[in-house]
Design a protein around this ligand. Structure first.
Ligand code: GLC
Length: 538
């Protein structure tokens, strides 16, 4: 169980309205009580904060608004004392334009670090070298008047791309990993892992046939030459070897896309790549029973086809019907609209049930456990550079970054100052202290689910089989050492009756409702609208 913490929005300790490391440290018991095993900490490196930390000016320093290296060390120690691990965000694709490497690189065409970034001459028309577009909108090329060439940036122009074709760059980034490992970091979430390479011949990305004026400009092309290039897998495999050179380390990776794409990032026994490519398909898929079932089953089948990886964190010991690659399902992040916004509050409870009962690592974004829905922020007031560059397409990431509401204290206990983003409306009803007292709350459901997941080996390491959809019901089974569980969710708002096949008697282990009916009867099990259950099949 991994919880992503966006430090700016978690807990402020000094009243500047932005969350920081001492604030996070003061809330570790909260995370521990919830039962999570590790936190993924979004970037806290030195940064001009154009992209709120994903523009790194020094990979081995802490941005003062977050605290100091001493605070970081204290955080690692405190996590370890509580039996939790730290997965640090690692941003290998680009730096800030204020990073000394880029300052050196742009200083002259002859500088030894010139080739650390992606430079090209103007195109035949005297404009950018080609038509590649930034994921944040506009050309992906920025002209540098000082040296008369363009540099490439997959994201903001203040985030120039490192040139991973250059072995010195790969070496330098490997050293960054080692620096943090030596400070006790247990793993890394590799940011933008699929976009590390661009075609060296600068070939044009073709237009997407179905794109139109409603499609945000960056999504109007198939990124065949700027995304998922084959060499990326080699470089990540190299990073993995380096990360594991001195002991175990966990590599998560941001690889958006279909299940087939994600699975490539596991590699194979001969060339292991990431332990846990992140999979957001549970929230990116249309919540129609058959589609959802197909998404999950297809992914597990793909993982089944991967060879087992003996002796690594991703390994599973054989056994019939069990996936050999270890999935990592995620229901939220600082980039995605909140699950409770996308699916609605009731189905978000079902998403939580699936998250903790499907095989694999469960990952959620701090605040999902409160059912937060995000705070609408109008374009004109947006802090997010994505929204500012492409207003009106619904891309704003500010809403999900609203500060955590902790209590009914002023500013919900997040800060004594002015929060950097507004608290979400309704926080008075949803804050942590209130939800902890309420057995019907989302927080209480998360807590019950995490506890059940830990108590039931079948949910942890058991096989997964018996998928079915019937009317609005979706279900599957988990089994281990003679214990058989069945998970069933009702995707509709009206009651449904579930009849366990072969008429096996079933006992209720958990319901997403706080006051479930006693289920077993010869007529079957009645699930209320949007109810999900875990049953024991005797
Ligand atoms: C990743 C991060 C996102 C950031 C982008 C550029 O997608 O998750 O927040 O804006 O990379 O670094």
């Amino acid at each position: 169980m991994i919880c992503q913490v966006y430090p700016l929005s978690f807990q402020d300790s000094d009243g500047d309205g932005r969350g920081d490391l001492p604030g996070l440290l003061s809330r570790l018991d909260y995370l521990c009580e919830l039962g999570i095993d590790a936190i993924w900490l979004a970037p806290v490196y030195c940064s001009p904060m154009r992209d709120f930390g994903y523009d790194v000016a020094d990979f081995t320093g802490i941005e003062p608004c977050f605290g100091s290296l001493g605070d970081f060390d204290r955080l690692v120690q405190a996590l370890h004392e509580r039996g939790m691990r730290l997965v640090l965000d690692f941003v290998p694709n680009h730096t800030a334009d204020t990073h000394p490497w880029f300052v050196a690189s742009r200083s002259s065409r002859n500088h030894p670090q010139r080739d650390w970034y992606v430079w090209a001459d103007a195109g035949p028309d005297g404009g950018p070298p080609n038509r590649w577009t930034s994921r944040f909108g506009g050309s992906a090329w920025e002209y540098d008047a000082g040296t008369g060439q363009y540099y490439y940036h997959a994201f903001l122009k203040e985030q120039p791309d490192l040139n991973w074709h250059n072995p010195e760059v790969r070496q330098a980034m490997a050293e960054v990993l080692r620096f943090w490992q030596a400070r006790g970091v247990d793993g890394f979430r590799i940011d933008a892992a699929a976009v590390l390479a661009e075609d060296v011949k600068l070939r044009e990305d073709p237009p997407k046939p179905d794109a139109d004026g409603q499609t945000p400009e960056p999504e109007r092309v198939e990124r065949v030459y700027t995304d998922y290039r084959p060499e990326v897998l080699d470089w990540l495999a190299e990073l993995r070897r380096c990360a594991e050179a001195d002991g175990p380390s966990l590599l998560l990776g941001e690889v958006d896309g279909s299940g087939d794409r994600i699975v490539d990032f596991y590699g194979d026994a001969g060339r292991p790549i990431l332990h846990l490519p992140l999979n957001y398909r549970l929230i990116d898929t249309d919540w129609q029973g058959p589609l959802l079932r197909e998404t999950v089953e297809h992914y597990l089948t793909l993982l089944d086809a991967l060879g087992p990886e003996p002796g690594t964190a991703g390994a599973r010991q054989g056994g019939p019907g069990k996936p050999k690659g270890w999935p990592c399902w995620a229901v939220g992040s600082h980039d995605k609209p909140r699950v409770a916004r996308t699916l609605g509050p009731e189905r978000a409870r079902l998403a939580a049930l699936l998250l903790f009962t499907l095989p694999g690592t469960a990952l959620f974004f701090a605040g999902d456990e409160l059912g937060l829905e995000g705070c609408p922020v109008p374009s004109e007031q947006s802090r997010d550079p994505f929204e500012r560059q492409l207003p009106g397409f619904g891309l704003n990431r500010d809403p999900q970054r609203a500060p955590m509401p902790w209590s009914d204290a002023p500013q919900a206990g997040f800060t004594t100052g002015e929060p950097w983003l507004p608290l979400e409306p309704g926080h008075e009803q949803r804050h942590v202290a209130r939800q902890q007292r309420d057995p019907a709350s989302m927080w209480s459901l998360y807590r019950r689910l995490i506890a059940l997941r830990k108590a039931e080996a079948a949910l942890g390491v058991g096989s997964c089989f018996g998928f079915f959809t019937a009317d609005a019901l979706l279900g599957f089974q988990r089994a281990w050492a003679g214990r058989r569980l069945q998970v069933v969710v009702n995707l509709a708002g009206t009651p449904q009756v579930h009849r366990p096949d072969d008429g096996r008697p079933a006992r209720l282990l958990l319901s997403t409702r706080p006051d479930p009916e006693a289920p077993g009867s010869s007529e079957g099990i009645r699930l209320e609208g949007y109810e999900g259950v875990v049953l024991v099949l005797d």
